[in-house]
Structure formats: C-alpha cells, structure tokens
Design a protein around this ligand. Structure first.
Ligand SMILES: [Zn+2]
Length: 65
C-alpha cells in the first residue's frame, strides 16, 4: 500500500542512525523516541510506536544520516 493519499494521515516511523552508537526512532506524525545505543533498540521503539498509534514503519526502516 503505497498510494500517496493513504499516507497523508498515517505517520511513517523510521530509525535514523546518527553514529556508531546513536540511533533514534522518529515518526512523521511528530513522535520521536529516545536516543538508543543500539540500532535494534531504536527499531523496537519504531515498531512499538507503530503498534500503539497505528502508524506505519518505513521501508527501509533504518536510514543513515
Ligand atoms: Zn507515528
């Protein structure tokens, strides 16, 4: 489901890898998670947020910045 009109009111969560031990989950709905040492922990934040708030997770989930 990638129709643009469906993404308007659904947030898309992704993980931004900012450094070797610094990753943060964020969502286009405005939510952002805690800074994590492990990318996997930030990924869990993104999934947990998507479950709680009916957002989607982005593909790919982890983005390098
Ligand atoms: Zn969201």
């Amino acid at each position: 489901m990638t129709a643009p009109e469906l993404l308007v009111d659904v947030g898309v969560a992704s993980v931004r890898r900012l450094g070797r031990f610094d990753a943060t989950a964020r969502c286009s709905c405005g939510w952002s998670g805690r800074r994590r040492l492990l990318v996997a922990a930030a990924e869990q934040d993104a999934w947990a947020h998507a479950m709680r708030d009916s957002c989607e997770v982005s593909t790919p989930l982890v983005l390098d910045w």
